[in-house]
Design a protein around this ligand. Structure first.
Ligand code: FAD
Length: 387
């Protein structure tokens, strides 16, 4: 396969890069980095600037204010943003939720959400995982009971990225407890300022923040339901596919890390050490394979395929590669590599410490490594592995 960018894609990359390298935008990024948590970072200022360029809604359908970008163009976007450490979680979530609302939302919901979201005024989060339902998401117990034109929501969600900043959450809740577990689930776009919603922090390794949301008798109008009642699993499967399709950003962050590492090791003369060179060569190879898997996935998505196996492979390999790179870098940098941004003597602005602590979480979010292996065994190899 030929993954060479065409002229339009190269032009887009230049346009995205220009934004990322803009002096004022670098200043905002540096301020965000000082807060320590790159993964969950968000800047409304940057987000609005991106919205002015139409970048929040790039791959939404054109009739809803999107630009109808192809998967290839989206990969160029995510790669460029991630390489320059732009906060991409909010972008990925806007692209995902915008598409879900455009395709499956009520007319009232589309009118309420899509113009404001594409203007960069709204943030979204995913309310899937529960204390007793993570990998086995269909075991979720959050209830949404019908009451006239409303549903009444009770339950708890955990590990929500951006839950403390989001205006709306894509909520998976059980609307029919009698049905088989995948058939009784519905999706809602829940306004998080509704009465009865409590959001609290959960701090992760590396001082990242995810969240817990408790819903106590939260009333949500039926217009906020996404798709048909009890058919949420179908939409959820599509949404998970969209999330895994945006994995290219992970490898691009790894690429930026390796480039910085090589520059640093050159400056210190360590690149004359054959063992260091072997490690760097290994990292380069791992990133090349990640890129190939990501572009293979992108190309299949561009053809309109539903590449479940390839999405799992790209997610599995890219996230596990981050772990390997984090450990390898620490082996080379020694104790100084463990110092955080802002500490005297910290190398690479603390990125090696951050990379090391963040990598395990990337291998859990959006489906863990073992779950990806199970998918590949089942859908790729036709084996009967459960997961
Ligand atoms: C940084 C981060 C951000 C996240 N953001 C969000 C978010 O925004 N919204 C949201 O809803 N969730 C989010 N999550 C939650 C994430 O999707 C879950 O953590 C993940 O699906 C795993 O679920 P669990 O934590 O309940 O672990 P469990 O499902 O309890 O798994 C525990 C361990 O058992 C293994 N395991 C489980 N089942 C099997 C099996 N069948 N075969 C083999 N091994 C298995 C898993 O791989 C894992 O190692 C986030 C998680 C992280 C780390």
């Amino acid at each position: 396969m030929d993954f060479e960018l065409d002229e339009r894609q190269k032009e887009l990359r230049r346009e995205f890069e220009e934004f990322c390298l803009d002096e004022d935008n670098r200043r905002i990024l540096a301020e965000l980095a000082d807060e320590g948590d790159y993964y969950n970072a968000h800047s409304w200022e940057l987000f609005k600037k991106m919205a002015e360029r139409g970048w929040i809604s790039l791959n939404w359908p054109v009739e809803y204010g999107g630009r109808g970008y192809t998967p290839e163009e989206m990969t160029v976007f995510h790669e460029t943003m991630a390489y320059h450490r732009m906060p991409i979680i909010a972008l990925i979530l806007s692209s995902l939720v915008g598409n879900v609302v455009a395709y499956f939302g009520s007319d009232a919901l589309k009118a309420e959400i899509l113009p404001r979201a594409s203007a960069g005024e709204l943030l979204f989060c995913l309310l899937y995982t529960e204390p007793d339902a993570g990998s086995d998401l269909a075991a979720l117990t959050t209830r949404a009971e019908e009451d006239g034109d409303y549903y009444v929501v009770n339950g708890t969600k955990i590990y929500t990225s951006l839950g403390h900043l989001a205006n709306y959450g894509l909520l998976a809740a059980r609307t029919n407890p009698e049905a088989p577990k995948r058939q009784g689930i519905s999706l809602f776009l829940l306004p998080l300022d509704s009465e009865g919603v409590t959001v609290s922090p959960i701090y992760t390794m590396g001082d990242g923040r995810v969240n817990e949301e408790v819903f106590t008798d939260v009333r949500v109008h039926r217009d906020y339901m996404i798709g048909e009642k009890d058919s949420g699993w179908f939409v959820l499967t599509m949404a998970l596919g969209l999330e895994r399709g945006s994995i290219a950003g992970v490898a691009a962050q790894g690429r930026a890390f390796l480039d910085g590492l090589i520059d640093l090791l050159r400056e210190t003369g360590m690149t004359s050490d054959p063992v260091v060179c072997q490690s760097l060569a290994e990292m380069e190879t791992v990133l090349e394979v990640s890129d190939l898997l990501n572009w293979n996935l992108t190309t299949l998505l561009g053809k309109g395929d539903v590449p479940i196996t390839e999405a799992a492979m790209a997610k599995l390999y890219s996230s596990e590669s981050m772990r390997r790179m984090g450990s390898e870098a620490l082996n080379m940098l020694g104790f100084a590599g463990l110092l955080r941004r802002g500490s005297p003597g910290a190398l690479l602005e603390g990125l090696s410490e951050y990379q090391y602590q963040m990598a395990p979480m990337i291998s859990i979010g959006a489906g863990s490594t073992e779950i990806m292996q199970g998918i590949i065994a089942r859908t790729g190899l036709g084996l009967a592995a459960k997961g």
